[in-house]
Design a protein. Structure first.
Length: 231
């Protein structure tokens, strides 16, 4: 006799929380996320379908496999994962659980998801992040990004929070800090129409890059520098 799991028919899709690393394509035209465990090898977009990470042909989630997207019910539980050293630069995602799912005590394993909001933590220096910058690691074709303030971006490949939201598309909202709601970087259809906080963040990021380039030019012009005259 095969055990049958109880079926749910919710009036609206459940909401869950998870952590992930933001990623940027090598050519800088696409943005997405990559998981922190089994799913780390497969970057996914804002709206995505799960597949079996073991290459099996069954649909995800399969009851006798651990494939599929994973999330937890409680935001605080997901935030606690950000305390570990290997997850400090990850972002907190609020997701909508779509398609078939299996409910567990602490969360869901499911077939399809839409990332609604990505909350970016502080820069490594402790300042509020205004950009996502190259973390120095990645996968073929994808750079992993980490939160960065304007002063720490310097010459690294980076995108502002608003730019990441636009590249990711599908109505993604990207917010900075615990108060994120006041620092919305993308708001779906109106993501191209930036408000004052977003424009200030963009300006700070551009100014930081300009300051860095001016410093480099000044060094090149100094006697004995690579751009100075040789005696």
């Amino acid at each position: 006799m095969r055990l049958r799991l109880p079926e749910e028919r919710p009036t609206e899709p459940p909401t869950g929380y998870k952590i992930a690393h933001p990623v940027l394509s090598q050519d800088g035209t696409r943005a997405g996320f990559t998981g922190v465990s089994l799913g780390g090898a497969l970057p996914y977009g804002v709206l995505a379908d799960a597949s079996c990470v073991y290459g099996l042909r069954h649909g995800a989630p399969h009851r006798r496999c651990d494939c599929g997207f994973h999330c937890v019910h409680d935001r605080t539980t997901a935030e606690a994962l950000l305390c570990t050293a290997e997850h400090r630069t990850a972002v907190l995602l609020e997701v909508v659980v779509l398609g078939r799912y299996i409910r567990f005590e602490r969360g869901f394993r499911y077939a399809r998801q839409r990332v609604r909001t990505a909350t970016v933590g502080p820069c490594a220096c402790g300042a509020v992040a205004v950009a996502l910058a190259d973390a120095g690691r990645g996968r073929p074709g994808w750079r992993v990004l980490a939160p960065s303030c304007a002063g720490c971006v310097r010459g690294r490949t980076s995108v502002s929070l608003a730019a990441f939201a636009r590249l990711a598309g599908e109505g993604l909202r990207v917010v900075a800090g615990a108060e994120g709601a006041r620092r919305t970087a993308g708001t779906g259809p109106s993501a191209d129409h930036l408000g004052v906080p977003e424009l200030v963040a963009e300006a700070a990021l551009l100014q930081a890059r300009l300051d860095w380039f001016q410093t480099q030019l000044a060094r090149l012009g100094e006697p004995g520098g690579r751009g100075g005259r040789q005696g």
